[in-house]
Design a protein around this ligand. Sequence first.
Ligand code: ADE
Ligand code: ZN
Length: 319
Amino acid sequence: MPIPKAELHLHIEGTLEPELAFTLAARNGLALPYADAEELRARYRFQDLQSFLDLYYELMAVLRTEEDFTDLAEAYLARAAAQGVRHAEIFFDPQAHLARGVPMGTVVAGLARALDRAPERHGVTTRLILCFLRDASPESAAETLAAARPYLDHITGVGLDSAEAGNPPSLFRAVYEEAARLGLRRVAHAGEEGPAAYVREALDVLGVERIDHGLRSVEDPALVERLVRARVPLTVCPLSNVRLRAVDVLSAHPLRAMLEAGLVVTVNSDDPAYFGGYAEDNLRAAADALRLGEDQVRLLARNSFEASFLDDAEDLRAA
Ligand code: ADE
Ligand code: ZN
């Protein structure tokens, strides 16, 4: 039985399995430049974050209708539930859809249909987090937040993702200030490929409550001390880090050292269709490679609920 856990770092577009990509392409009259799902899966060898993002954005072209987004989220929630996920905080990348002429309302309504019925169907509670693309302009981020205003009932927070190097958090100060004014929670990817200084900026300039990845924090001992003291959660994604070559091999992943330093780390799946595993797969692979004890596995699961945006009453029900 998989351990009950919360998934806090999951891009819904990164749950698009090759088979579903072909189904949606056919339904929408689109041709994918791959013979079949097997040929597509064979392309899932990445040199770095950018080489993954190129394919990730390309495949999103198959997501066009509300029903497509519902089917995508439904497939993820069924898989997550089977892996012990009781609560999922789900990122989505609206700019990647708006740029293709898919309106915000289509994306949010489609996702919300699957999310709203997930407690009953799958025993999974959810939150939705709108991510800004850091390789698009701050003005585009502001327009995106404005386009989301009619749908804020469905959206708990904002995040920052896409190509990190050379796109520091500080560029997005104004849109994060606006998000805070709107009562949205704030997180950001930092320290995946970018330096520890980006983790500091995400905290100091964007006011985030959690750091997504945060791996490179370990290069800055004073920052680690600060993160430990303030109990800032880091949503670590072990299989992603190996596939995108942020670490060489899983046995060299800093997860265990991070835990032992007292950091509030959680284990997550990032883009599971691309990186070889969902929540429990990540937890078990990391536990095996790093020889984590069952007490450490239980701590990771407990951290996932503590670091979530569930309120205390919901937290008890989920755990
Ligand atoms: N978008 C989807 N997955 C991502 C990742 N691992 N880092 C940055 N942006 C992403
Ligand atoms: Zn991510």
